[in-house]
Design a binder for this molecule. Structure first.
Ligand code: A3D
Length: 315
């Protein structure tokens, strides 16, 4: 039987997700949005595009949670994106309210789904989504590391003029300015990156990766990135649906791993048909450890700010 992916939020990322999923024939798609017309219009437009290449996918647009019932995967982008000059953290109070409502809808209709959260501020919103929905922590993950890593790889490939496929890399930590690109775990055709690029250049690339989202917000003026975030979300959904057991950097619930307790942060995980099947613990040197703990601290601080907004999150 065909799988079912529901997309909560049919905006820029939601629409792109629906299109990518349909061209890959990964699953039938339900596009859900409080703005019903946007969901219905995009679903119809993409459904008509399937006739061009003969893709066998069913698409529906809706604002009724009953239509997402028994989804295999749910990808959440409901919320507001950044405008120029805003940080991701500025979105907290608005998106927290939206996520509470979304979590209720998911819990009621699809308690067995694998849920991928993309709404910002990512690490805190995914943690809130897990708490509000009560779904098991291994079935609720955040998308950020795949995107941050792909930005890092892209900038390296441009600098070194090498195919992006020859680069292996990883970005850990929270999805914010404290994210932790990992040059010591980055290779090009298995050669350590540090032998191929000067320290000065690498520093600049790391900085550009950290600010990769803001660079696009500044160009777009009216919203944030959506093609690369959608591609990253689909990669995670595909690993779950096809049981690929890919190792992907995701915001996952840490319960002692990396010496961190009761918080979501970006780490490599194995995604298979059971959800997050394993958190992969790689060896960090003292500098990486310090940066990672610093990044986790900023996630914790923002979660404490979220608790002040809604005390339900304290439980
Ligand atoms: P946008 O195009 O505005 O789409 C968001 C959609 O959510 C809109 O269509 C809204 O109508 C809808 N919405 C609002 N409230 C609800 C609700 N209660 N239930 C259902 N739908 C609702 O934004 P976007 O698609 O560009 O971005 C979506 C989110 O992703 C934002 O919070 C961005 O900041 C975030 N984002 C995260 C990353 C990461 O890497 C984590 C990257 C880019 C964007």
């Amino acid at each position: 039987m065909k799988k079912k992916i529901s997309l909560i939020g049919a905006g820029q990322i939601g629409g792109t997700l629906a299109h990518l999923i349909s061209t890959k024939e990964l699953a039938d798609v339900v596009l859900f949005d409080v703005a019903e017309g946007i969901a219905k219009g995009k679903a119809l437009d993409i459904a008509q595009s399937t006739a061009v290449d003969g893709h066998d996918v069913n698409l529906v647009g809706t604002s009724n949670y009953e239509d997402i019932k028994n989804s295999d995967v749910i990808i959440v982008t409901a919320g507001i994106p950044r405008k120029p000059g805003m940080t991701r953290d500025d979105l907290l109070s608005t998106n927290l309210k939206i996520i509470k409502e979304v979590a209720k809808g998911i819990k009621k209709t699809s308690p067995n789904a694998f849920v991928i959260c993309i709404t910002n501020p990512l690490d805190v919103i995914v943690m809130a989504l897990q708490k509000y929905s009560g779904l098991p922590a291994n079935k609720v993950v955040g998308m950020a590391g795949v995107l941050d890593t792909s930005r890092f790889k892209y900038f390296l490939s441009q600098e070194l003029k090498v195919p992006i496929k020859s680069i292996n890399s990883l970005v850990l930590g929270g999805h914010g300015d404290t994210m932790v690109p990992m040059p010591n775990h980055t290779t090009i055709n298995d050669k350590p990156i540090k032998k191929l690029v000067s320290e000065e250049k690498l520093k600049l690339i790391i900085e550009r990766t950290r600010k990769g989202g803001a660079e696009i917000v500044k160009f777009l003026e009216k919203g944030s990135a959506f093609y690369a975030p959608a591609a990253s979300g689909v990669d995670m959904a595909e690993s779950y649906i096809k049981n690929l057991k890919k190792i992907l950097p995701c915001a996952a619930y840490l319960n002692g791993e990396y010496g961190v307790q009761n918080v979501y942060a970006g780490v490599p995980v194995i995604i298979g048909n059971k959800g997050v099947e394993k958190i992969v613990e790689i060896k960090l040197n003292s500098n990486e450890k310090e940066n990672f703990i610093n990044s986790v601290k900023s996630v914790k601080d923002l979660f404490n700010a979220a608790i002040k907004i809604d005390s339900d999150l304290a439980n």
